[in-house]
Design a protein around this ligand. Structure first.
Ligand code: MF3
Ligand code: CO
Ligand code: CO
Length: 262
């Protein structure tokens, strides 16, 4: 029941794994267009991770997961399995990448909108991303995890969306999922206190309709019960002496603080 404090050597390896995971999302971006299947996206990512990065796609065979990436389309919340179905204009897809390099994990996901973005879809995706950034911006030694969950929930619900409760962020390192659990809802000033050297993800799932979800018979794909859209963004983080390092930050997000509500 303890949260690991990473050593300097472990942190260096987390930085490398995080950078590789972020690079996969940058690499796949031009491929995420109408007409491509999620199986094809899986194959491109798999080959890039294995052949170029000399890394391991963590989802493959993880508790029996059959593919190398997760692709969650429209009302799919998370853990969608790549398939032979084509993306079409108006779809929205979360691609979740986790790589293992030198024994350490980097885990990150983002939303891609196919074709001309629909206003409502764009707003949902932006709120989920801002919810993530609000959480990240609070990370520093001394802060309690419950305060972060509370802030994410408060912001998302104020935008008239709901937050999924059944899945959460997680500690990360040599294991894909370590302690602590990072809830995206909750009560301020509760839970564990952050310390320098902790690594964990924040990955809020924000729904257009109600928060309730169900798991498909494939045992993996999580969907909204009301079939309304869901959006998720994820980063792997390091608690530093005075704040946070986003280990999976992409260049396109370097001004992420500008997205924080004023
Ligand atoms: N990447 C997911 C997360 O953010 C976990 C996927 S587990 C899998 O924690 F088996 F579906 F890949
Ligand atoms: Co994760
Ligand atoms: Co993930």
């Amino acid at each position: 029941m303890t949260v690991q404090i990473k050593s300097a050597d472990q942190i260096e390896k987390m930085r490398i794994a995080g950078k590789l995971a972020a690079d996969v999302l940058d690499m796949i971006k031009p491929h995420v267009i109408a007409g491509i299947t999620t199986d094809e996206l899986d194959k491109i990512c798999h080959e890039f991770i294995v052949d170029e990065q000399k890394a391991i796609p963590a989802p493959l065979n993880y508790h029996g997961f059959p593919k190398s990436i997760c692709t969650s389309v429209n009302h799919q919340v998370c853990h969608g399995i790549p398939s032979n179905k084509k993306l079409k204009k108006g779809d929205v897809i979360n691609i979740d990448i986790t790589v293992i390099k030198d024994g350490f994990h980097g885990d990150t996901s983002k939303m891609f909108l196919i074709g001309k973005p629909n206003v409502a879809t764009l707003r949902l995706s932006d709120v989920a991303q801002t919810a993530l950034y609000i959480g990240i911006n609070m990370v520093k030694p001394g802060v309690k995890l419950g305060s972060i969950g509370h802030a994410i929930q408060t912001y998302s619900e104020a935008q008239h969306y709901s937050v999924v409760r059944e899945y959460c962020g997680h500690g990360i390192g040599e294991q894909f999922h370590e302690e602590p659990q990072v809830l995206h809802y909750g009560k301020a000033d509760t839970g564990i206190t952050l310390k320098e050297g902790m690594c964990f993800t924040i990955e809020p799932m924000v729904n257009q309709g109600k928060r309730h979800i169900k798991v498909l018979p494939d045992k993996w794909t999580v969907i909204t019960k009301d079939h309304k859209l869901s959006a998720q963004w994820e980063h792997t983080l390091l608690v530093t002496a005075d704040g946070v390092d986003i280990l999976t930050l992409r260049d396109e997000e370097k001004d992420w603080r500008d997205k924080l509500p004023s």
